[in-house]
Design a protein around this ligand. Structure first.
Ligand SMILES: Nc1nc2c(ncn2[C@@H]2O[C@H](COP(=O)(O)OP(=O)(O)OP(=O)(O)O)[C@@H](O)[C@H]2O)c(=O)[nH]1
Length: 318
């Protein structure tokens, strides 16, 4: 469950709770509970079920979508529909005197407006999804398999990377071609976690993953290999080209002025990278072992050169 989105939609959560509480308390104040033997239990189950379903849709909208225009339209449409369902549900066991019957006669209006708003929201969502699909193309090299994505970064997982590596090895053997791998490791990520907390660490990994995707080509595949380590598979690519791309990624991450929470201090994360080119003579296990070893050497050398400072704090000036 995305705690982050729920927090970013906190005003909508407050509006939802306020609306539901106000309607229930108004109904109880101006109405009277019906006698138990005049209650239609089947209607209560049906209407109560629909009300709960729409409430669940609202909660899923709030936890799975970032705050913004489309989310607000979706939320408003769903909330109006929920209001109709709640009024419908309440009048199953609350009776209103004639002068308060407006409370139940208006029940169908919110849903009608809500449906129009939701249709508009879905129309907007369609365009938003088209933009996301364009970006997703970069991570969907051969087929969609979302069970193999990493939750924190939304990149493909190490398991998917191994599958694709095996596929690529067979491919280069059959076609006498070549491919390269880039391994990237965030420097002193443990220190970052200790200083800012794991939630911020997750967020930073997500931001680095986005930069990674922006700096690779459509046919390349970026995966989260292990904790703060990423691998990019570059088909039909020599080590020289891979080094250039890896340099672009390093520069992009080095220019990421990360702000933790409300802090206005910029933190500049750094990553180490190494590159290897392959023709398909080794197994995927040997390749990964070789790449991990090369990364250890790179990290050792950068530590020896004392250039592994992770976070440079530069106060942001307005
Ligand atoms: N926030 C967050 N931290 C993670 C996740 N997975 C692993 N870690 C943490 O990542 C850190 C990795 O630490 P190390 O392997 O020592 O790496 P490092 O601190 O970058 O050290 P160097 O690579 O030598 O510079 C550990 O603190 C792990 O607990 C995750 O999904 N989210």
């Amino acid at each position: 469950m995305s705690h982050y989105f729920f927090t970013s939609n906190k005003y909508l959560v407050a509006i939802l709770l306020f609306t539901l509480v106000t309607i229930c308390s108004t109904a109880i104040t101006i109405g009277e509970f019906k006698a138990i033997n005049s209650i239609a239990w089947v209607d209560i189950i049906g209407e109560g079920g629909m009300m709960l379903m729409i409430f669940t849709w609202i909660v899923f909208t709030l936890i799975s979508r970032p705050a913004g225009r489309v989310t607000t339209w979706l939320f408003t449409g769903l909330l109006l529909t929920e209001i109709s369902m709640l009024l419908d549900f309440l009048d199953e066991f609350i009776h209103y005197a004639a002068h308060n019957s407006w409370f139940t006669t208006v029940e169908s209006f919110p849903a009608a407006i809500g449906m129009v708003l939701m249709t508009f929201a879905l129309y907007q969502l369609h365009f938003e999804q088209q933009t996301i699909n364009t970006q997703l193309k970069r991570t969907e090299r051969y087929y969609r398999e979302h069970s193999l994505t990493d939750f924190v970064t939304q990149l493909y997982s190490a398991q998917y990377m191994k599958q694709q590596l095996k596929y690529e090895l067979n491919h280069v053997k059959a076609h006498h071609s070549t491919f390269s791998l880039i391994m990237l490791d965030v420097r002193k990520f443990n220190d970052f976690n200790q200083r800012f907390g794991y939630a911020q660490g997750d967020f930073l990994l997500g931001e680095i993953a986005k930069l990674l995707l922006m700096n690779i080509r459509d046919g390349d595949l970026a995966c989260r290999y292990a904790s703060d380590r990423f691998i990019v598979l570059l088909p039909n690519t020599t080590a020289n080209v891979a080094r250039v791309i890896s340099g672009h990624i390093e520069q992009a991450v080095a220019h990421l002025a990360y702000k933790s929470g409300d802090s206005s201090t910029a933190i500049y994360p750094k990553i180490s990278s190494c590159v290897n080119q392959y023709q398909g003579q080794q197994s995927y296990q040997e390749i990964l072992a070789q790449l991990n070893h090369k990364m250890s050497v790179v990290k050792y050398e950068s530590t020896a050169a004392r250039s592994d400072v992770t976070c440079t704090n530069v106060p942001v000036t307005n």
